[in-house]
Design a protein around this ligand. Sequence first.
Ligand code: URA
Length: 203
Amino acid sequence: MKERMLENIRNECIKVVDRSYPNERKVIVFGEGNPDAQIVLVGEAPGERETELVRPFVGAAGKNLDEFLAILCLKREDIYITNTVKFRPFKVNPKTGRLSNRPPNDDEIRLCLPFLLKQIDVINPKVIVTLGNTPLRALTGNKEMTIGQSHGKLIDKMQYHIFPLYHPASIIYNINLKDVYIKDIEILKDYISDLHQEKFKKD
Ligand code: URA
């Protein structure tokens, strides 16, 4: 049932993106994982490797993400992983013609956000883990928010509980963040364990 609903949202997303970029044939990396997950991870946008394999977080940032999931004792199949923008934002090097990743712009975020919100509605997780500034700002609707101020602290004043983490790629660029990152993950681990205990109390 949920799989079917997610598939319908994916098809709708493909149509809307095709209509907005009629000459580009953009690859949609919609998301993957357990449709009944209690935890949804939301990144920024797919990169080159993700677009090749049509799977989120399978490139360099994915390696760090896997490390983070291991600390949480979670497997990819336990959670749902997706992105704010569902296709690769890129720029072209005018000299070499090569493509490189860039952060998504406001138009791309505006175009894709309704599909992320619908995905979340179907999955109905207990917590959304946002990775970096893009999903944090998109989901809170607050462009002033920064991951530097918000990381590791639960935001529970919205329909969904949001737990902001640094983007796993930020560790690649700034190794000093690794300790902060691990600390935040430990806080998230405690929060998830509390969620499980609550569930068992009810069962
Ligand atoms: N970075 C993201 O934000 N998402 C991916 O899927 C890969 C890298």
